[in-house]
Design a protein around this ligand. Sequence first.
Ligand code: NAP
Length: 457
Amino acid sequence: MTYQTVNPFNNELVKTYPDATDEDLENALARGHDLYKTWRKQEGPGDRPAQLRQVAKLFRQNEDALAANLTLDMGKLVGEARAEVELCADIADYFADHAEELLAPVPLDNPAGKAYYIKQATGIVFMVEPWNFPYYQIMRVFAPNFILGNPMILKHASNVPGSAVAFQETVTEAGAPEGSLTNLFVNYDQVDRAIADPRVSGVALTGSERGGASVAKSAGANLKKSSMELGGNDVFIVLDDADWDLLKKVAPGARLTNAGQVCTSSKRFIVTENRYDDFVSLIVDAFSHAVLGDPSNPETTLAPMCMVSARDNLAKQVEKAVAGGAKVVYGNKPYDSPGAFFTPTVLTDIDRDNPVYNQEMFGPVASIYKVANEDEAIELANDSSYGLGGVVFSSDTEHADALARRIETGMTFINGGWVTMPELPFGGIKNSGYGRELYSLGFDTFANEHLIFQHKN
Ligand code: NAP
């Protein structure tokens, strides 16, 4: 396993990082466990809310430098990188501000005695995170578990080591005790061994079905709690009465943000037949105006993908889609650059037998489907092994709400694109995983809801 930064803009190697040894892993486990024991003896969260607020402050203070790491590691546009840094600060503030209420004992009415439950730490949480939002993915696990008192060990994606180091440095600089978050450049075997270790109480993974299935298997074999935030093939349903001006503003970004590499990107646009031709034109027009280039230049609107191999895999998927009958109505043209660029592409005529019908395409490729009516739209939306998010566009908001509830996913957004904020739970069903991050649901994932019951004698 090699942890290295290769700049996706020009495919040049920037830096290689040394692998973690077994001794590094053992030290991290020992340190984390000691810290868990220390925190477990304290009443309440102690200094941790103040330290987490300091993490938020440092994220805001060092926004430009932190954002530059994201651009170098995985090619994120500078504006999107800054927004990710700000979102991380908001998440940290949210859990710091809500610490008291999240940790408050919950009284339990019953006929036999005085009862309540209290949320307590369980031990080290191991996190395995992906490269597409290198800080945000860590923060979703770090902020709630830090308040709860679970120390963490991080295994980040091998292509974003600079961001992993920067996150850990920020936590240390904020004054959090050693062992609060330890980043390790470990291999898959070491991940499995850590999960099996009794000092680790659970594992949180965000990534692909392949990675998720492997880590969840390890967690299951060791009876460890796990949360899985996996891929998606999210729909964007456009009904006849959709607000066209709003659609124009929202739909292209719902696919192209982060170069299309978002789990909740709108990957399948499902449009009623009356609006289909207009919608295809709308997307083609928007995609044709995308400006590919240096992601650190604010004029660029479409970043390179995270690495050349990811670009090549996407190209193979598009090739298979076309061989299976799909039509390319825009894009899929070579782009002259050593970087990981993929020209924005629009596919139509994907039928059920097409090899990509039930595949996530993780890059700037939109698939557009025509349906006769909304029942057909829902049937198509739910005919997927994924169940992460989705979007519904209709001017009748009550009707859109009813339709949203018929979609088999963890999140549905109405008359706007996918969003994430600390106040909203994030997660999916089916092969998109299980468990929720953010909001109070994300706080509870690795908590021990400890019942204390006093008999009435
Ligand atoms: P991936 O290959 O599964 O990698 C994600 C992380 O898992 C990386 O740190 C990777 O390490 C690690 N990993 C993979 N296999 C492992 C194994 N057998 N044992 C231990 N660690 C393992 O995922 P990806 O393809 O890079 O990431 C994109 C995927 O993430 C997409 O499917 C996307 O939809 C999904 N995603 C989901 C959410 C969500 O919240 N639902 C959010 C963002 C992304 P290496 O890098 O070293 O291989």
